[in-house]
Write a protein that binds this ligand. Structure first.
Ligand code: CO
Length: 190
């Protein structure tokens, strides 16, 4: 496993629609390991493959380890609680409602603002072995995080879904990112 360099906003790979994974082989497992290592090293709760420069339809999330800690009774040390999840070729097949709260992104250091998301989604995806699965997530951080990461796979970024467009312009400017790039991602036909 090795930690990879994070791609920053402005790199065209973040605006590309990724290609579907066909082969569930060793190189896919290596990619997933690298993605987890990079996500954990940067204290992220989710990471999409384009964020390490790989334009493939793969995302990883772990919404627990950064916030859920416990003290190990034997060592008396604080330990993280891990809930790693891998979604390959994910597609949102049902969505409803709306929720708004602050988001950040590993490709935009120090940038946080309110983002609009669906409140409830059903996602169809494949697991590490290529088996097709579905997941319902509703009204929580995982629901928000999966939508953020699936957007990455479609060349969309959280700056495209602001609750307040003026707030985003201001915070991007303050962090030296300039304006929102205007490359329109191609429409994904699921
Ligand atoms: Co992101």
């Amino acid at each position: 496993m090795s930690k990879q360099k994070l791609v920053q906003y402005g790199d065209p790979v973040l605006r590309k629609v990724t290609s579907r994974v066909i082969k569930f082989d060793k190189s896919l497992r290596k990619l997933i390991e690298d993605m987890f290592e990079t996500m954990y090293a940067n204290e992220g709760i989710g990471l999409a493959a384009p964020q390490i420069g790989v334009s493939k339809r793969v995302l990883v999330v772990d919404v627990d380890y950064a916030s859920k800690r416990y003290v190990d009774e034997k060592t008396n040390k604080e330990e993280a609680s891990y809930s790693p999840l891998v979604l390959i070729n994910p597609v949102v097949i049902q969505k409803e409602g709306e929720m708004v709260s602050k988001e950040g992104c590993l490709s935009f250091p120090n940038v946080y603002f309110d983002v609009i998301r669906y409140k409830k989604i059903i996602v169809r995806y494949q697991d590490l072995l290529g088996k097709e699965r579905k997941m319902l997530v509703e009204d929580n951080l995982l629901c928000r995080c999966i939508q953020h990461e699936i957007d990455h796979l479609d060349g969309k970024l959280f700056v495209d879904r602001p609750a307040d467009a003026d707030e985003v312009k201001k915070v991007l400017d303050e962090n030296g990112f300039g304006g929102i790039d205007s490359v329109a991602p191609p429409i994904l036909i699921a």
